[in-house]
Design a protein around this ligand. Structure first.
Ligand SMILES: Nc1ncnc2c1ncn2[C@@H]1O[C@H](COP(=O)(O)OP(=O)(O)OP(=O)(O)O)[C@@H](O)[C@H]1O
Ligand SMILES: [Mg+2]
Length: 785
């Protein structure tokens, strides 16, 4: 092993390249980074904390190879999102020019989808196979569970799906699954013994539909390489250099692909941080990083210890968090930047108020520090938390964008259009078939479809084959239905000859017109109808844009529709950014924020059972993963990190009280600014919110202006009050009483419900409006006149 680090250089390495003066781009690297960049032969592990330049090292390592004359076709670089790959490529392009575009660079899924298309026949798939998204997979599973007459409450589609997904990522086949007790948890063994059967049927159905789900892209690549040594050999020869970012989050299937591919040349470089392993729920194995030394005993190890992203306070705070984990590779991480501000904690009474506080703080910082919207990110544990922040940002006219969910492509009108394109390219795609067989309405009813489906199951084939090859009268269809099915099949077939000759946009437009989609959407003049039509237009804009981008990068014409579909199918949560979205506040889950950085981070919903999530209290391992997630979140910040939590939150329509997350207390207290007073009482410390309707301004000169915008509790002049008591004992409160709240001002109790200590009061405040408050936090005072 050859070991470099910044503090102690171990001079075992004799072949250190001299700093090449003509390679100016290398000037921006530290000494240890430079060594990791220039020594690009042999197995290499770069292990280092967040923000230490791991991704930068990968990028420059590739640039340096190309500058040395390495053929870009022989370099495979695997990233976690397509966006990261595109940025990396762009960066390399600026350094070494156009040849960067020939690099194999992308996510595991996109690279191996490309290889699978080229080799599909070896696996009995058409090269036009469809890539099923999660919704497709779940729909298939749903129909199987129904077909098998299983209880949908016991065999919940989402759970079954994640079990199958986990099995696939561990390369566990249905047969092995059925016989491996360690994979079937006690819960599943007792209550869901048929998962292996569902899994098997699911595999068959996908295969018959000529479809692979996301996990299949990795599973089938493994099958391909296992069963076809010649194919493996071909790609081993092609990829002379393989590089993997975020290696700590690779799963078994990914690990094996990389291991096999690099066997020939041994030039595998992986970079990662065990402290940022956050995908074990999807099968990621932190062990992959730990086992690197066993797999490649002659590896070079580089440890990067300087964090170039964040202030000292943020780095130190993050170190203090991760130190609480028992499982970790000990490593140093320091920042040479300014000490910076302490991590602020915003305490809100309610989830809604949390939204206001955060939005307020953002506009405050923008105003005070002259920042742009793109400098901010709000990070949450679960996607469902976004709504409250969206509302608050909208009210303040702060533009924002949401990553994740890919909701645009989940809209009905978009899915319908995409389903047409999918079915035209791959007639066997049952999910697409079912979606559009009667859209736009052409009088094909559920009964017809049921007959077709039953025949497909009975003959172990797909709907298209039944429709076009079976005697439909024997399948149970009547004359009218037979005719309509014939017309439908003809329509789909009629586009066949143009798929690869027309450009994507022209082709899609032809389909949308001839299939009657445009007419159907145009006819609907309701608001929803108009917005559906606009969405379709957006999709077409997206197709055009895709075409233009591909043209610009010099790809052969025409840019066909299958290329666009592939691109859509492989989108990840972090990929959905449009150019007009550039200068906006980013909202995303912590998982999606991996690898990214922002000047100012707001980490919200820091409450027990939310972050750490409910499941994580079950085991130490889960809790440690949540803690790593927290570490990832904090280390996204360059200048400030702010944490917020609410004391009460709506859950299923009920207000429930919340306990601040243990993680806040785990941060070394010297890096925390609890900031309690500034929120409610106007201390001189920071992190209150300028335009916020509740909080108090903290920097004096502008206080008057801003306070004028605030909702202020009416003063005694407006309300002739004779006495206000100490905070009321809950038992003293009654409906109809006049009370005062420290921020909402005066109001009247309209209702009391629940029992101590969870009593809630609905109070109609004179200025702030009606609010439901948990009394143990609200500290109401009774107004005595
Ligand atoms: N030697 C350097 N000099 C100046 N800036 C640097 C240097 N190395 C890295 N940086 C900058 O520091 C930031 C973090 O780098 P990078 O994203 O590569 O870190 P990372 O280790 O990949 O982080 P993460 O673990 O979060 O993925 C980036 O803005 C990068 O440009
Ligand atoms: Mg990185």
């Amino acid at each position: 092993m050859i070991w470099y680090n910044l503090m102690g250089w171990i001079p075992l390495w004799t072949n250190v390249n001299e700093r090449n003066v003509s390679k100016e781009f290398l000037e921006g690297l530290s000494e240890v980074q430079l060594q990791a960049v220039v020594n690009y032969n042999g197995p290499t592990l770069v292990i280092a904390g967040a923000g230490s330049g791991k991704t930068r090292v990968l990028t420059y390592r590739i640039a340096n190879m190309l500058a040395d004359g390495v053929n870009p076709h022989s370099v495979l670089s695997l990233t976690f999102t397509n966006k990261a790959a595109a940025e990396m490529k762009e960066r390399i392009k600026t350094v070494v020019g156009e040849k960067a575009k020939y690099l194999w660079m992308g996510t595991f899924h996109s690279i191996f989808a490309r290889i699978l298309r080229a080799e599909a026949d070896k696996l009995g798939y058409p090269s036009t196979f469809t890539i099923y998204d999660t919704a497709d997979s779940r729909s298939v599973l749903k129909s199987i569970i129904k077909e098998m007459n299983l209880d949908e409450q016991v065999y919940k589609v989402n759970e079954v799906h994640s079990r199958i997904s986990l099995a696939k990522n561990n390369l566990v086949t249905p047969a092995v699954y059925a016989n491996t007790s360690s994979l079937v948890t006690i819960d599943a063994a007792n209550r869901r013994p048929r998962i292996a059967d569902i899994y098997k049927k699911y595999m068959q159905k996908c295969y018959l539909s000529g479809a692979m789900d996301f996990d299949d892209l990795l599973l089938n690549t493994n099958v391909l390489f296992r069963d076809h040594p010649d194919v493996l050999n071909k790609y081993q020869n092609i990829f002379k250099y393989i590089l993997v970012d975020e290696y700590q989050d690779t799963n078994m299937a990914q690990y094996l692909i990389v291991k096999k591919l690099s066997e020939q040349h041994g030039n595998l470089c992986v970079v990662g941080d065990d402290a940022q392993s956050i995908y074990s729920f999807r099968g990621a194995k932190i062990e992959n990083i730990l086992n690197f030394r066993n797999d490649y005993p002659n590896y070079q190890l580089f440890k990067l210890e300087q964090n170039y992203r964040s202030t000292q306070t943020i780095v130190n705070a993050a170190n203090s968090i991760i130190a609480k984990n028992s499982k970790q590779i000990k490593k140093k991480s320091f920042s040479a930047k300014d000490p910076g501000e302490r991590i602020k904690v915003l305490k809100a009474y309610t989830d809604q108020e949390e939204g206001f506080l955060v939005a307020g703080s953002i506009s405050d910082i923008i105003y005070r520090e002259h920042r742009e919207y793109l400098d901010f990110a709000i990070l949450y544990r679960t996607n469902a938390q976004s709504r409250i922040f969206e509302d608050a940002l909208r009210k303040k006219n702060i533009p924002y964008k949401i990553y994740g969910g890919l909701s645009f492509y989940q809209r009905k009108e978009i899915k319908d259009m995409v389903a047409y394109l999918r079915l035209i390219i791959n007639h066997n795609d049952d999910e697409a078939f079912k979606r559009i067989v009667n859209y736009p309405a052409r009088g094909i009813g559920d009964t017809t479809l049921t007959h077709l489906e039953q025949a497909a199951v009975a003959n172990a084939t797909n709907l298209w084959t039944i429709t076009t090859q079976a005697p439909l009268d024997k399948v149970g269809l009547k004359g009218g239905a037979i005719k309509k099915m014939g017309e439908f099949a003809q329509l789909i077939q009629s586009f066949q000859s143009a798929i690869y000759t027309e450009s994507a946009y022209d082709f899609a437009l032809m389909v949308a017109t001839q299939a009657g989609i445009i007419k159907d959407l145009k006819e609907d003049k309701t608001n929803e109808g108009v917005s559906r039509f606009e969405n379709l237009e957006q999709l077409f804009n997206g197709i055009k844009e895709f075409e233009e981008n591909a043209k610009e990068s010099g790809e052969p014409l025409p840019i066909t529709i299958d290329r666009f579909l592939e691109n859509v199918a492989l989108l990840t949560d972090a990929d959905s950014e449009k150019p007009e979205d550039k200068n906006k506040v980013s909202l995303m889950t912590v998982h999606s924020a991996k690898g990214l950085e922002f000047k100012h981070i707001f980490l919200v919903g820091l409450e027990e059972n939310l972050f750490p999530g409910q499941m994580s209290s079950q085991s130490q391992d889960d809790l440690e993963e949540e803690r790593r997630l927290f570490y990832v979140a904090v280390t996204r910040a360059e200048i400030t990190a702010t944490i917020s939590y609410a004391q009460s939150r709506y859950k299923w329509g009920n207000i429930t009280s919340c306990v601040p997350s243990r993680f806040i207390k785990e941060i070394d207290s010297s890096y925390i600014d609890w900031n309690e007073d500034s929120m409610f009482g106007g201390s001189s410390s920071s992190a209150s919110s300028g335009g916020n309707s509740y909080s108090t301004q903290h920097f004096k000169p502008k206080a008057n202006t801003i306070s004028a915008q605030r909702t202020v509790a009416p003063t005694p002049q407006h309300h002739p009050v004779s006495a206000i008591t100490e905070p009321a004992d809950m038992s003293e409160l009654e409906v109809g009483m006049e009370v005062e709240h420290e921020r909402f001002g005066f109001g009247k109790i309209e209702a009391l419900e629940g029992s101590a200590p969870e009593i809630k009061a609905t109070v109609a405040f004179t200025v702030a409006g009606t609010k439901t408050l948990l009394l143990k936090f609200a500290k109401l005072r009774i107004v005595k006149r």
